[in-house]
Ligand binder design. Structure first.
Ligand code: GDP
Ligand code: MG
Length: 670
């Protein structure tokens, strides 16, 4: 049997999903972490599957992640719905519940976060609640692993016995009730043909905010649509509310009645009280922005200055001495010089140079995940909403961008939480300007070579430049291709929570694994390819001087494009090409091409670049096309190869212009 896990955002669906499946899905104290459906086997009830769905507030969705959920519920034919309800927010959560019940699928309510309710001295009479709503209610705490076994057995029983919701009509006698019944009756045949419950079809038609598309898909005739509209109009006048408000009012009136009988609150939960106190400072009118910038600066300073870099240096030392040992051994055994070169100049200097940055990247992800899991990120989105509105974005767009500092791939996927297509596309285009963590190795190598004393400042300047460029591009697009206004910002602010060690460690492990995988696959292949092309000439002869190689020929061909930017060197150009496979591959390529160990690369760079052209090169690296993986994600999300090509080309043009500006301005001053 298949169970769908449905509920509001941040109600604990993923936590429960992980509990049920021993899964390792990402949990975040942030609305919109799950943007795709994920399924897994329930470990307590073998043979049964549970599907984690993106959070929704209403069955009639606004954003594309929410469509995933509705489509699954309607067309995926789940055997049962586990509706997870946040007990600390029960009124709002039950709104969705009432809509789910209309689907007439066996449903049970998992009343989550009962630990918090209890801690605040509140109670919920679950037996009574179950009677009033007409489906089983099981109190649980997903985070504290309470009530899970009972939840599973109840769910399995309910689905096995095909126990459909006992009550589906929450409407007291009156105009709304009459209207729902009349419309249900009218559309019954049409709905059943599509396998939809008539009542669901009726309420959706009455709420009707999709320009008649749903009526069309039901195959209603013009006459029938007119009759329905007439019935709705009558109801609106009698009720004195518009159609949507009348439906909402009907549901909330029922919820209020139910909660009065079942929920005892003793004011706010401790978590909420604490959150309100913290928020007076963190989202205060004058304190919010300075604190946010302070936090970001602190994170970058710690990552690049205090914690990450020394760890990386240590790592590098290890890799370097290992490489030295093997180098000696190979020399002693007298292997073929081509193989010797492949191992030392290719594999060790390539992969090694990339691996040494693992600690920095892990540290950065650590901080980003803390920001998210505590609930601070959601606040920041709220705080920067007003600023972003000026450049035609909303606070919602901010989150993908912050995630973009880690990696563009999940960042671009996170844009699915945006409600309007305009906002979403604009955000997809802007996200790659946020410097991703794979670019850190290249910055670090250049900083060590050219600005050893100011490394941290140069790094921060690069990040800021990425943001600034994003803003400029947004301003331009907002006046041209993306005219219009971002949709209003609505996001619920989750309570502040201690991040769970498990969740943070899980994320770090995932990132480390991902990074290592990349190092030994894409980057390995790129490194060996670069070594091969750089060690043989057109006639396939092994050359010790790489400037006579195949690669040099290719590099020289495209190098003139970069001449005006100050780095017409063929090696620099080749590294940029390699960077398309994965940004880290730029370092390995430069390492391989200059034929030195990783540690030696920083000493070799000054022969290739002046300080100014190094700066210009970094700017180009920051802004030019995202890597293959990110480009493929953009393609998938934009759904158009041509548009993706446009985005990639546009980025390269922007990168070229910015580098040119930096280089020319530099020339003027020096
Ligand atoms: P989703 O958006 O519905 O998938 O929710 P998540 O599973 O990502 O959880 C949102 C937040 O609620 C996370 O910070 C969880 O640690 C927290 N959480 C989930 N279940 C519980 C619970 O039973 N009790 C408490 N106190 N926190 C919980
Ligand atoms: Mg989730």
């Amino acid at each position: 049997m298949v169970f769908a896990l449905a509920g509001n955002q941040n109600s604990g669906k993923t936590t429960l999903f992980n509990m049920l499946t021993r899964g390792n899905q990402r949990v975040g104290n942030f609305p919109g972490v799950t943007v795709e459906q994920k399924s897994g086997e329930i470990k307590y009830a073998k043979g049964n599957t549970v599907v984690d769905l993106p959070g929704i507030y209403s069955i009639n969705p606004y954003s594309s992640e929410e469509v995933v959920t509705r489509d699954f519920l309607l067309n995926g034919k789940p055997d049962g719905i586990i509706n997870i309800v946040d007990a600390t927010n029960i009124e709002r959560n039950l709104y969705l519940t009432l809509q789910l019940l209309e689907l007439n699928i066996p449903t049970i309510i998992a009343l989550n976060m009962m630990d918090e309710v209890r801690a605040s001295g509140g109670t919920v009479d679950t037996r009574r609640l179950s009677e009033l709503i007409g489906v089983p209610v099981v109190p649980i705490s997903a985070a504290k692993k309470e009530g899970i076994a009972e939840l599973v057995s109840t769910a399995v029983q309910t689905a096995e016995n095909r126990m459909r919701p006992k009550i589906r009509d929450f409407c007291p006698e009156g105009p709304v009730h009459r209207c729902i019944h009349a419309v249900s009756h009218m559309v019954e045949d049409h709905a059943e043909k599509l396998g939809l419950p008539p009542r669901y079809a009726a309420t959706r038609l009455i709420e009707g905010d999709d320009n008649g598309r749903f009526a069309e898909s039901l195959g209603l005739s013009r006459n029938e649509v007119e009759m329905i509209e007439h019935s709705v109009l009558e109801m609106e006048t009698e009720r004195g509310l518009d159609r949507w408000a009348a439906m909402a009012d009907m549901r909330y009136a029922f919820i209020e009645k139910v909660c009065k009988k079942t929920v005892k609150k003793t004011g706010q939960t401790r978590e909420r009280q604490r959150s309100i106190k913290i928020d007076t400072v963190l989202t205060g009118k004058y304190t919010a922005l300075p604190i946010f910038f302070g936090v970001m600066l602190l994170i970058f300073w710690l990552t690049f200055g205090v914690i990450g870099t020394p760890l990386s240096d240590l790592f590098l030392l290890g890799i370097d001495s290992l490489s030295g040992l093997i180098d000696d051994a190979l020399t002693k055994t007298g292997v073929d010089p081509a193989i010797h070169s492949l191992v030392i100049d290719g594999i060790f200097s390539g992969i090694g140079s990339v691996l040494s940055f693992l600690p920095i990247i892990i540290v950065l992800f650590f901080f980003l995940s803390i920001l998210e899991d505590t609930g601070y990120m959601a606040r920041v989105a709220f705080v920067v909403d007003r600023l972003l509105r000026r450049i035609g974005l909303s606070g919602r767009s901010f989150v993908p961008m912050i995630i973009g500092f880690g990696c563009s791939v999940p960042a671009i996927m996170a844009t699915r939480t945006l409600a309007s297509e305009r906002d979403r596309k604009l955000t997809i285009i802007l996200t790659p300007f946020m410097s991703c963590s794979a670019k850190i190795p290249i910055y670090a190598v250049f900083c060590a070579a050219f600005f050893p004393k100011y490394a941290v400042y140069v790094m921060i300047a690069l990040y800021l430049l990425g943001i600034l460029t994003g803003i400029l591009v947004a301003l331009i697009l907002n006046k041209t291709a993306f005219r219009g206004k971002p949709v209003p910002f609505v996001m619920e602010l989750p309570d502040y929570r201690m991040p769970s060690a498990r969740s943070v460690l899980l994320l770090l492990w995932e990132k480390a694994k991902d990074f290592l995988q990349r190092a030994f696959t894409i980057i390995f292949v790129a490194t060996v390819a670069v070594w091969f092309l750089g060690s043989f000439d057109v006639g396939m002869n092994f050359v010790t001087d790489s400037s006579k190689s195949l690669l040099a020929a290719v590099g020289r061909f495209i190098a003139p494009i970069f001449k005006p930017l100050g780095f017409g060197d063929w090696k620099a150009a080749t590294a940029l090409i390699a960077g398309f496979s994965a940004k880290e591959a730029m370092v390995s390529t430069l390492g391989v091409l200059s034929g030195v160990g990783i540690a030696g690369l920083s000493e070799r760079l000054p022969a290739m670049f002046s300080t100014l052209s190094a700066m210009s090169y970094l700017v180009f690296t920051l802004l030019y096309t995202p890597c293959v993986a990110a480009t493929a994600t953009i393609r998938r999300e934009l759904g158009s190869g041509l548009k993706t090509l446009g985005v990639v080309f546009g980025q390269c043009v922007v990168a070229w212009i910015m580098s040119f500006l930096v280089y020319s301005a530099g020339l003027l001053f020096i």
